[in-house]
Structures are given as C-alpha cells and as structure tokens.
Design a protein around this ligand. Structure first.
Ligand code: MSP
Length: 526
C-alpha cells in the first residue's frame, strides 16, 4: 500500500461519439483509480482522444467540417460523457494539443537519431478503420474483418521503424511477465504471434496524410497515427515538460512512469504488445507493467453498429438507470477479461435485482428498523423505564472483525488483480449476508418484545452497511456518500479516514443518528 498507481484507457478515436464499449473501459479504469486513491496510493488516471490520421480526415470531410472544429466537437462529447458518469480522470489528453505534438516530434527525432527510423518504401494493404497495414491472411473475403471494408493498396516512400530489432527482447520480457499481459490467454496469443509471425519493420510515416504531426527532420511526412497516439501515455503525465503535467509534479518528471496498467480490449492488443513497447525500448524507457485486455461487448448477440441501430450510449444508460446505476451495470456486465453479451433486458433485470431490491432495499429497511428501535426506546424512556436494548448499548455488540477482515482481504486481492466484476460479487455477498441476518434475527420482533439484544443486532447491521458503503465507493461514489449520510456519518470524514482504520470493525459511532434519505435505486416501472 501507499505506492504510486498510473492507469490509462486507450485514447478514443474522434470519428464517432462515445458508446458503451468506450464506457466499459473508462468506468473500469475509474473504479481502479478510485480504489487506489482510497487505499492511499498516489494515483494518476489518464484518458483522452486520438484525433489524427486518414480516417478522421475522411470522416470530418464527410461531415463538411473543418478538422479542428470536428475533432473539438467529438472530443467534447467524450469529455461530457465522462463528466456525466463521474469519471475522475486526472487529465484528458488530446493528440491535437500543441504540447503533445511537440513531444511526439522530440520522441521520433530521438528514435531517428539513434538509428531506429530509416527511409524506405512501404507497400501493402492499408485499412483506414484500423489505421494499420493488413496481411492478406488477416482478411476475410478480401475485407478487414473488423471494418468490413476492402483495404487500399498502397505503395509509398515511408520512414520505417526497426520493429524487428526488438523482437527477441520483447518476447523474453513478455514470457517472463516483466511486461505482463493479462488475462493469460491473451499473453499466450501474443507469444504465438511473436513466434509464428515475428515482427517486421513497419511504416512510421505517411506522405499523403496531412492531419497529424510533421516529422521534424522531413516535414513532407506525417507521423504514423499510432506512433503519435501511443505517446499520449507519456505526454499525458508531463513527459518532456511540454504539457502542464500532473497535479502533483511541476513538470516533465516521470514519477508515474511506468504505467501500472493500460486497459483496453482485444482489438488493439497486438499493436500495444509490439509497436508500443518497442518504441519505449528505443527511447530507453521502462515498459508498462501490465496490459489488461478486457472483453468485447456484443449487443443481444450482434455487433454494435450504427447500421444495425443497436448502439448504446453512456447518456442512454444514465437517463435510464442514473449515474451509479449505469456504472454498476457496465462494470458487472461481464467477467472482466471475457467477452460479454449485453442488452437492455439484462440491464433492467440486474438493476432491479441487485440495486433496487438488493442494496437499495437493504438500506431502506435497515434505516426504518433503526427508527423503530429509537421510537421504542423513547416510548420506554417516557414511561421511566430503562432502555437496555437501545443501539447505544455497546455491551451487546457482536464483534464481527474476523468476518469483515476476510471480506476485505478478498476485495483487495481481487481489485489488485483487476477482477472488477468479482470484487462486485463480494459486495453482493455482503448484501445477501445482511438480508439473511435480518431474516434470521428478526429485529422487528426483538424490538416489539423489548429484547435487550435488539440494540446489538441493529448495530451489527448498520456497521456492516458502513463497510459495504466503503466497498461500494470506487464503483458508485455517489451511492457510498448517500449511504454514509443515511448512517449519520460525515462524508468528508469518511473519505479522509486512513484506509487501515476505516476497514476495522466498530467505526460507526454507537450514538449515530440515522437519517432516512431518498430511495437509492427506485425500482424500474414495467
Ligand atoms: N485510438 C485507438 C487507441 C489508441 S491508444 C494509444 C482506438 N480507439 S477506439 O476508439 O477504437 O477505441 C478502442 C477501445 O474502445 C477498445 O480497445 C476498448 O477499450 C473500447 N471498446 C470499443 N468498443 C468496444 C466494445 N464493443 N466492447 C468493449 N470495449 C470496446 O482503438
């Protein structure tokens, strides 16, 4: 604990507005960033937009807009979506920023000077959708399987990057997990790619693409859009000091490098496992610690696309389920690392089961019971009787330290392993545990019968809910705050507690004044 933690999402292309696929990666990164801040790590979370290249040029032209105007609009739609979803990124990097472009030039110049970039000629089939040259054997009926378009034959003078030079070193680092690729099946896929196909030098510049970064030593060439894009992971933390850097450092320093986790899906794994680390080796920098490859979403069995008309946007989700409902449903939609089939029907069901009937109902029920207990206590007091069973009676508190510690260990281990959905299961289990505990102890009867145990039982319930709120915080920050408020706690105080203290049993003051709030998750109407 108390380390540094640097996490990134891919920078998204600005050819279209954000959809649930981008939302998945970004919410997951946010959960991890918030978790690491919560445990006291010095955390930096970077996301942004990838704005250069042939594809964007084309789409902007089609929309009849100036390039900068077009990219400004779409970049803003990403920023808006992330604000709406309560995403806590420390910086939003755009590759069209002057500072970023300057750093790209410095980096490529360095690679050119050390002999890793040379003038050559490149021939091949180029897919604009992927912004990559494709091998014949990657095509399906002559088309790019991802974009369903026929790639263009291209032959042009191009600066080439000596990717081949780094093959052995990279393969060794991948095998030894010095550059870790997770889940392990994805690591194996990468290893077999290295072993069967090897690495060829690749074209690193384009002559007929103008929208991008000029090569500093030959301005008739524009940097390959992926080389420009990858460097965001460095410019975004202030590398080379051209960009106002992190909130913690004065400029240009590398306290956050190497990245602890680059999150992405399988579509961009190969480039991240080859070109990017090779660039870093060429620049003499450490490799990221982990690439985590999460699954790809299909919508009710179909690929999401405008033409099918099944695109789900983050705003659609927020409108229907609220901010935290949207975050929860996205985060729990699939095993993190496996592909997922999602859809509105499943979301509705899960919202009602886990949120409205789950955690929302648990809180409402527990607060109502506590109020009943208080009323009973007041009634007895008015009669001049002693209220042994009140929540203030610390004597009867059952100490749940051992059980809760085990839950925390599981939760922490799972989030360390980036098993987001499984960490959510720990929360669900606890909600269930409390539901069962309430059914078994029947606090309403204890209260009615003026049983001494009622105070202790209620304390157990409320204190465990306090722990649930803390576990919920990275996933649904507003919900955690609402729960703390209902428990009569001060949000600022809860958030500034040291983590090790906060996870101990007994943090809820025995004289706390609970408050009934709005329903956390109103049930969806049919
Ligand atoms: N601009 C490049 C990345 C450069 S990073 C140096 C790019 N952009 S993208 O807009 O196409 O984003 C791809 C990423 O968006 C995926 O890797 C994944 O993180 C997310 N997703 C997009 N669609 C998705 C699904 N249908 N399902 C899950 N995630 C998806 O590639």
């Amino acid at each position: 604990m108390n380390k540094k933690f640097y996490i990134t999402t891919p920078i998204y292309y600005v050819n279209a507005s954000p959809h649930i696929g981008h939302t998945y990666t970004t919410v997951a990164a946010d959960i991890l960033a918030r978790y690491h801040r919560m445990i006291g790590d010095k955390t930096f979370f970077l996301t942004g937009t990838d704005e250069h290249g042939a594809r964007i040029e084309e789409v902007a032209k089609k929309a009849g807009k100036e390039l900068q105007e077009f990219t400004d609009e779409i970049a803003a739609s990403f920023q808006f979506a992330w604000d709406e979803l309560n995403i806590s990124n420390d910086r939003f990097i755009r590759t069209s920023e002057e500072g970023h472009k300057k750093v790209v030039q410095k980096a490529l110049q360095k690679m050119y000077d050390n002999g890793d970039i040379y003038l050559g000629k490149h021939e091949g089939l180029y897919c604009k959708g992927c912004e990559q040259y494709k091998n014949e054997k990657d095509l399906v009926e002559g088309k790019c399987p991802d974009h369903k378009t026929v790639p263009e034959k291209m032959s042009e003078e191009s600066y080439m990057f000596k990717l081949s030079k780094y093959k052995d070193e990279l393969l060794k680092k991948i095998k030894k997990d010095e550059f870790k690729i997770l889940p392990v099946e994805k690591k194996n896929e990468v290893i077999s790619f290295y072993e069967n196909e090897g690495l060829n030098d690749i074209s690193f510049s384009r002559k007929n693409v103008k929208w991008g970064v000029k090569l500093p030593w030959d301005e008739s060439h524009t940097a390959y859009v992926w080389s420009d894009a990858f460097l965001n992971y460095l410019t975004g933390i202030g590398w080379k000091g051209e960009i106002p850097p992190t909130p913690f450092s004065k400029g240009g320093n590398m306290e956050f490098w190497p990245a602890d986790a680059h999150l992405m899906s399988k579509d961009i794994l190969r480039v991240h496992a080859t070109i990017w680390p090779a660039m870093l080796l060429s620049l003499g920098l450490d490799l990221p610690k982990t690439l985590f490859i999460h699954g790809y979403f299909m919508i009710d069995g179909q690929k999401m696309s405008k033409s099918v008309g099944n695109v789900i946007t983050p705003n659609d989700l927020v409108k229907k389920y609220g901010v935290d409902g949207a975050r929860y449903l996205v985060a729990s939609a699939a095993v993190f690392g496996n592909d997922g089939d999602i859809g509105w029907g499943k979301f509705d069901e899960k919202y009602n089961a886990d949120l409205a009937n789950g955690i929302g109902n648990l809180l409402a029920r527990s607060i109502a019971l506590t109020e009943k207990l208080r009323e009973a206590a007041v009634e007895l007091q008015n009669k001049g009787e002693n209220f042994q069973f009140s929540i203030f009676n610390f004597q009867t508190i059952f100490n749940d330290q051992i059980l809760i510690s085990k839950n925390w260990v599981d939760y922490n281990v799972l989030l360390d392993l980036i098993q987001i959905d499984k960490a959510l299961e720990i929360i669900k289990l606890q909600v269930k545990f409390l539901d069962n505990y309430i059914t078994a102890t029947k606090p309403w009867e204890l209260i009615k019968n003026k049983d001494e145990k009622s105070g202790g039982v209620m304390y157990n319930i409320l204190e465990r809910i306090r722990h649930i709120a803390l576990m919920v915080y990275p996933f649904m920050p507003d919900t955690a705050e609402k729960i703390w408020e209902s428990l009569g706690l001060n949000v600022q105080e809860e958030m500034s507690k040291k983590f090790d203290e906060a996870i101990k049993w007994g943090g809820l003051p025995v004289d706390t004044k609970v408050k009934k709030g709005e329903a956390l998750f109103p049930r969806l109407e049919k």
